[in-house]
Structures are given as structure tokens and as C-alpha cells.
Design a protein. Sequence first.
Length: 230
Amino acid sequence: METTAEVALSPGPRGLRLPAASALVGILAAAALWFALFSPATDLTRTLHGRYFWVGMTAATALLGAYTLVVQRRSLARLFRPTWRFIVVGAVHAVLLYALSRLGVWIMATFFGWVMPQIQAIYATRTQLDARTIAALLVLVIAPMEEVFWRGLVLDRLLAVYPARRALAASIALYCGVHVWALNPMLLVAALVLGAHWSYLYLRFGSLVPGLVSHALWDVAIFVVFPVTF
């Protein structure tokens, strides 16, 4: 049985590759922006990450999100199909992801203690701004715009060109791949699991709303309200 997204986004009969071009432009921009914000390779990138990460992340995701809204302007009604069910689904999946995160960190802390500095490094940016400001940026800009770009443009355009499984695998690999600049294996694992989960939600429901709600609530829980540390 095909899912809603697979029915709506299956490749056209001519198999055109043009829809993926706009996604490629965005992906290249995201790779450059994530390098600037995550990489320890240069003095500039270390300064951006160490002092201005939240400001930079807000600007980067806002830019990518705005690009997506322009490129996908004819598909916004489809991408943002809102229902109360989608909101509830997103909230439930946020709870599930948070529980999975706590379990994963507990396993790592208990059996693979050497990775804990990598997990702690993910939280190093929390001291740059007060908790309320970080929460507001996560909910209002960063999480929504990440979903708009990675699922609303990248995955959506890949689904217009390739079979669902191939498109899903490619979008997850790309989302995970841009985090490689941080040189933090645990961040890559987190990006892989989370990217797979939110991509599945979009493929399953054909709307950005479940993933957007899940992403925003999970971000605030994991970074601000209930940080996962052991």
C-alpha cells in the first residue's frame, strides 16, 4: 500500500531530473553554512561555533527556509496540510524521540564512557544565550526552518525524481552528512537517527506538520528543558 506522500510525490512519467536541481543548490549552501557553524578547522569557524552559534544557526536556517518557501511556493498548501491529528502525531513522536535519546545516552554512558565528551560537546553552546532565548529560537526559527528545508525541499524534490526508498536514503545521508564538519561521531549518530525519523514522518503523512512539531518539541526538551546528561 502506498503512503499519502508516495501517492502525491511519485515520479512523473517523463522522469525529469530538473526538480532536484533546486535542491542541489540548497544542499551546497547548507554544506557551506554547516561548515561555518560546526567546523573546528579555522579560527573563524571556531569563533562562530564558540560564541555565535545560535545567532548563526538562526540566520542559516532562516535563509534556507526562505529559499525553500520561494522555490516551493506552488506546493505550500500541500507541504503544510494542517490537521489536529498531525499535531498530535508530532507531539507523540517528540516524546518517543526524547525517550530514545535518553536511552541512547544512558547506554553510551554505561557501556561506552569514552564517548561522553562527544555528547557533552553538543551541549557546549548552551551557555551562549539564556535558556528562554534559545528555546524561542528553536521553536520559532531553527526547528521549523530545518524541516521546511530538509524535508520540504530536499526530500520532497528527491521524491519527485527517485523511488521512495532511494529518495529517503539520499535525504537522510545528506542531512547526516552536513554534520560531518563537527568531527563528532555522536552528533552524526544523532543526525542519522533523527533525520531518518523525521523523513519517515514526512513520507508517511505527506505533510511537514508532524515532523515540524516533533522537531521543535524535541529540540526544546533536549537542549533546554530536560538536557540529556549522565
